[in-house]
Design a binder for this molecule. Structure first.
Ligand code: TXA
Ligand code: MG
Length: 320
């Protein structure tokens, strides 16, 4: 049974001993280990059942720690650091030898971010070491945005979950890397692309491919409920086409359709805010996945800002 508490000192003592814990950030919860404890790093992969070729993000709390793990940092990366950290932006940089090859899956780059969560920063500062953490969900499943979600997945596999409340951003960090000095978007996330482009100019979007060595882990099927999920631009059409089944609906705003096939409807943002929809998305999928329904029908968001990031997650959830 994992202890769930908001006690930073207890979290630090587990990390000092080389244990893996649940760890809150503003995006999603992480499965955290001290980057200098090799056993903890190995344990992260085994608890998550994650392929060893899929590298981890290193979380830091200071600019000194950025230079502890990365070198030859491009100007545009430093500009993003100045503007967006702490925040939901991960930057892939040339790694220093201080970072164990298991963390980076043998790559010579390391993914780094400074989370914008008071408990996360307090733990890293007190531990005085960066923390490696993937999202705290079994490989391929819906990401966790509360301590309860983490305990549902890993209650008997980790000793401690640091409870930092519900994650306020709600979907994973945006990931930017560099190719010959030019910035590339590896993953849509909680920081809108438009905000980044306002600081460093146009981003090239990496086209994902399951076998791409540059961006391992960008799998087409990911973030998936156990229930079959479909994504649609027209809820009315998708509902009437599946009216012989028990339906769970994820809609952006309140829906007009009434149909007895609808067992449950999760409305992501009654007021039509994409920020709120990102915040509520994973919790809605967690709820729908516990119900006795045949299909989840999710409504496509507007294709701009955080809508792009939410649609990215829904497309992967719906990938057959
Ligand atoms: O918001 C987040 O980023 C959360 C919280 C916990 O910080 N973390 C997270 O980690 O989403 P994870 O492991 O679920 O996703 C990290 C992604 C993976 O797809 C991985 O392949 C990619 O980052 N990544 C890590 N290191 C990389 C590297 N050196 N080059 C390219 N991609 C990398
Ligand atoms: Mg993940």
């Amino acid at each position: 049974m994992a202890i769930i508490s908001a006690d930073v000192d207890v979290a630090v003592s587990f990390l000092e001993k080389g244990e893996v814990i649940g760890f809150p950030t503003e995006t999603v919860y992480g499965l955290a280990g001290n980057i200098y404890k090799v056993d903890a790093i190995k344990q992260i992969y085994s608890v998550k059942e994650r392929p060893l070729k899929n590298p981890l993000i290193v979380h830091i709390a200071s600019i000194n720690q950025l230079h502890e793990v990365a070198k030859n940092i491009p100007e545009k990366a430093l500009a993003m650091v100045d503007t967006f950290w702490p925040g939901p932006l991960t930057i892939v940089l040339e790694k220093k030898d201080t970072v164990n090859d298991i963390i980076t899956a043998g790559k010579n780059s390391v993914a780094v971010r400074m989370p914008n969560h008071p408990l996360a920063l307090a733990v890293i500062n007190k531990l005085n070491a960066p923390i490696a953490a993937p999202s705290a969900n079994p490989f391929g499943t819906i990401s966790p945005t509360s301590a309860t979600h983490v305990s549902k997945y890993f209650n008997d596999k980790i000793p401690f979950i640091l409870d930092g409340g519900n994650c306020i951003s709600g979907i994973e960090s945006t990931i930017i890397g560099f190719k010959e000095g030019n910035p590339i978007l590896y993953r849509y996330g909680s920081l809108p692309v438009e905000d980044i482009e306002a600081v460093i100019g146009k981003l090239e979007v990496f086209t994902s491919n399951e076998n791409s060595p540059e961006a391992p882990g960008m799998l087409h099927k990911h973030y998936s409920p156990k229930t079959k999920t479909i994504l649609t631009s027209s809820l009315a059409e998708a509902i009437s086409a599946n009216a012989n089944k028990r339906l769970g609906i994820v809609s952006f705003t309140n829906i007009q359709v009434t149909n007895t096939a609808i067992v449950h409807n999760e409305v992501l943002s009654p007021s039509g805010s994409l920020r709120e929809a990102a915040y509520t998305l994973y919790a809605a999928l967690h709820i729908l996945d516990t119900l006795d329904i045949d299909i989840i029908i999710a409504e496509r968001m507007p294709n701009e800002g955080l809508g792009l990031s939410i649609n990215d997650r829904l497309e992967r959830a719906a990938h057959a």
